[in-house]
Design a protein around this ligand. Structure first.
Ligand code: AHR
Length: 327
């Protein structure tokens, strides 16, 4: 592993160490003689959605291209599995740990263990709510509050001509996760602009298609008059479409649907008129992650927050870009 090799180099040449700044952390990839590989432990959330599959592929492909030895684990959306994976990466003395926290809270203990072991941590995709910002080096990912706002802004514009109350049901992401908390907040903030817009029911679909379907079935049973679905990701929206069709209604017309992600299946449904609007959340974080990891290991400074650039899609825009979508 990179640090062990670095110590060997240090023993052979104090000069090299001094030139690198004198600490193991600063002994950089730049000073790497060629066959030393950075080892990254990556604790993924799971495989709950099309987005997650694309994100895993992005991280694995980028690690290969960057010459990073990737140790990958899938936590099946369970925090205890992610904590176990991180502890195992600490034991294996990897050079850097990256992870996408399934929920926001409860990370301080394991992050302190990584810090004590002098293994830098990078958050990707999702945030933790820790008040100690020294427990991780940087956080790379989307602005989820902004995504929720964009979804709400579209609905405010789209509902301008409506004279009656617009009844909205919300299918939330995984309870306690950053994207569920933040998208809810951003959406609620945006729709405050029009008192006609009312959230009449809100429940978690755990970011899965089956979860979205089940929740939507229950919503349809209990609410006679649903005008809009706001689903926290495409998969939940796609599940909701199945439930709406099974109830004899037309998704995109009888009930409008707004989702977040813009994965291929979501964009296909948008092009076909079954979804009305998608806010993009990009899963292509691999290249930026490898770049940040190399800098962190080299002891270079990195921004504490790197926000992903993303856009939005109407049905017409989706038709234009569908064929060229990479995921
Ligand atoms: O954290 C990103 C979110 O998690 C994506 O929107 C969703 O599809 C995924 O499961």
């Amino acid at each position: 592993m990179f640090k062990k090799s670095l110590l060997a180099v240090a023993a052979a040449s104090m000069l090299t160490l001094t030139a690198c700044g004198g600490t193991a952390g600063a002994g950089s990839a730049a000073g790497n003689s060629g066959d030393d590989k950075i080892t990254m432990g990556f604790a993924q959330v799971g495989a709950e959605s099309g987005w997650r599959t694309a994100n895993t592929k992005s991280v694995q492909d980028s690690a290969k291209t960057a010459g990073v030895d990737l140790k990958f684990s899938d936590a099946q959306q369970k925090q205890e599995n992610q904590i176990k994976a991180i502890r195992s990466y600490i034991q294996q003395k990897v050079d850097v740990i990256a992870f996408s926290p399934v929920v926001e809270s409860g990370w301080d203990t394991v992050l302190k263990e990584a810090k004590t072991a002098k293994i830098p941590v990078i958050l990707t995709d999702r945030a933790v709510d820790s008040s100690d910002k020294t427990l991780y080096k940087t956080f790379l990912g989307s602005d989820f509050v902004e995504e929720g706002k964009k979804a709400g802004d579209w609905l405010v514009k789209d509902s301008k001509a409506a004279t009656d109350t617009v009844n909205i049901v919300e299918i939330q992401g995984t309870t306690g996760s950053a994207p569920a908390n933040d998208r809810k907040e951003g959406f609620a903030e945006a729709i405050k602009a029009d008192p006609k817009l009312k959230i009449v029911a809100s429940q978690s679909g755990d970011f899965t298609r089956s979860g979205g379907k089940q929740v939507m079935e229950a919503f349809l049973k209990n609410n006679a008059d649903i005008d809009v679905v706001f689903a926290h990701n495409d998969d939940e929206g796609l599940g909701a479409i199945e439930a709406i069709e099974a109830a004899g209604k037309v998704p995109g017309k009888d009930i409008k649907i707004i989702t977040i992600d813009a994965v291929k299946d979501g964009m296909t449904a948008l092009s076909n008129g079954k979804i009305n609007y998608i806010v993009e959340c990009s899963p292509m974080l691999g290249d930026q992650l490898m770049d940040l990891a190399k800098k962190v290991i080299a002891g270079e400074s990195v921004p504490e927050r790197v926000v992903t650039e993303e856009t939005t899609f109407t049905q017409e825009q989706a038709k234009q870009v569908l064929a060229s979508r990479p995921y």
